[in-house]
Design a protein around this ligand. Structure first.
Ligand code: NAP
Length: 312
């Protein structure tokens, strides 16, 4: 078999450029594994890339396959690949500059792969790597969050936010989350100590002196966040790099993170899931052929947890 089913784009554009079609089946290169994809997570970066918003930073050779979140089974080992064996169940946030996971097969560097959590199926596992790694790296590597601290999480009901709330709680932090009212019960179920309805309340009117802010929204939300952080605290954006001048003027640290593949962290995340400390919340599952509808739903900006494509 030299072909596979995949969703590809042949030019940047709206959701209509996503095509479910036959594509060449990739081969595992040196140090890579070929993974039979069972499910692929859907993230905002998928439709941002499709629309050409990241042109200049990430340039793809057309046609290309989007989607950089997956769970599946090791199908072939490339030359020199030794970390996994055939039939291992794995999950990964593969290299975003290469063909993604909206496909039956993907070749991934084995340094980007980890064994998937045993207690959840592929659909749930595919929802984890990109968003959970982002939350982990923002909270623990950039903010260096520790027990007893308070963190304000903007966009707490979304993909990154829903993992961030739970991860912050595993560290023993106090969590304040922003979301629309319909999601407050959900945030409480994830462990949030306080919830703020961003549609009716200005968070800066009710939040003061937090140790850290994790901002998955930015824009005006970023501008208003500096004032709620105590001196010596930290603001972390996963979107626009923050102004160092403004941060210095408020006596705080400001950081920007872009998610990096990290199999050790994926291993820790799998342990938290298997021990019941981290839940994976799926809003909706679409078949691979309906990737367009999945991206359209995600692009509305109100995803509750995660959206996943079923590939097998
Ligand atoms: N730097 C990186 O490495 C990295 C990694 C992952 C994601 N990102 C970026 O981070 C952003 C979030 O990603 P995601 O996957 O979490 O997105 P998502 O799942 O689409 O998140 C949507 C969430 O945002 C909430 N929301 C919308 N407007 C809000 C506001 N003004 N205040 C508070 N919450 C608001 C919505 O809650 P309601 O429904 O209650 O409104 C919804 O739950 C995206 O732009 C994505 O591209 C960056």
């Amino acid at each position: 078999m030299t072909t596979m089913k995949a969703v590809r784009i042949h030019q940047y554009g709206g959701p209509e450029v996503l095509r479910y079609e036959d594509a060449p089946r990739p081969q595992a290169g040196p140090g890579e594994v070929l993974i039979r994809v069972h499910a692929a997570g859907v993230n905002p970066v998928d439709w941002k890339v499709r629309a050409g918003f990241l042109k200049g930073r990430l340039d793809y050779k057309m046609p290309f396959i989007p989607g950089w979140d997956l769970s599946g089974v090791v199908d072939r080992l490339g030359p020199g690949a030794s970390r996994f064996k055939l039939s291992d169940e794995v999950y990964s946030r593969p290299d975003i500059s290469r063909d993604g996971a909206y496909a039956e097969y993907i070749a991934v560097k084995e340094s980007e792969v980890a064994l998937k959590p045993k207690s959840i199926d592929h659909i749930h596992a595919a929802a984890v790597p990109l968003a959970a790694l982002t939350a982990w790296q923002a909270l623990f590597d950039a903010a260096r969050l520790s027990a007893g601290q308070t963190v304000l999480i903007h966009g707490a009901a979304g993909g990154v936010g829903s993992f961030a709330v739970q991860l912050a709680k595993t560290k023993g932090a106090r969590v304040i989350g922003t979301a629309s009212k319909k999601n407050h019960e959900f945030l409480r179920s994830l462990g949030a100590d306080e919830t703020i309805d961003y549609q009716t309340t200005k968070f800066e009117d009710v939040v003061h002196n937090v140790d850290a802010v994790l901002d998955t929204i930015t824009g005006d939300t970023a501008e208003r966040s500096y004032q709620v952080i105590k001196k010596g605290g930290v603001y972390v954006s996963i979107l626009t790099p923050p102004s160092q001048e403004k941060a210095a003027a408020h006596g705080i640290r400001a950081a920007h993170t872009f998610v990096q593949a990290n199999p050790e962290q994926l291993g820790e995340i799998a342990k938290l899931i298997d021990s019941g400390k981290l839940k994976v919340i799926i809003e909706r599952v679409f078949p691979l052929a309906e990737a367009r509808a999945a991206q359209e739903l995600n692009a509305q900006g109100h995803t509750h947890g995660k959206i996943v494509l079923r590939v097998l």
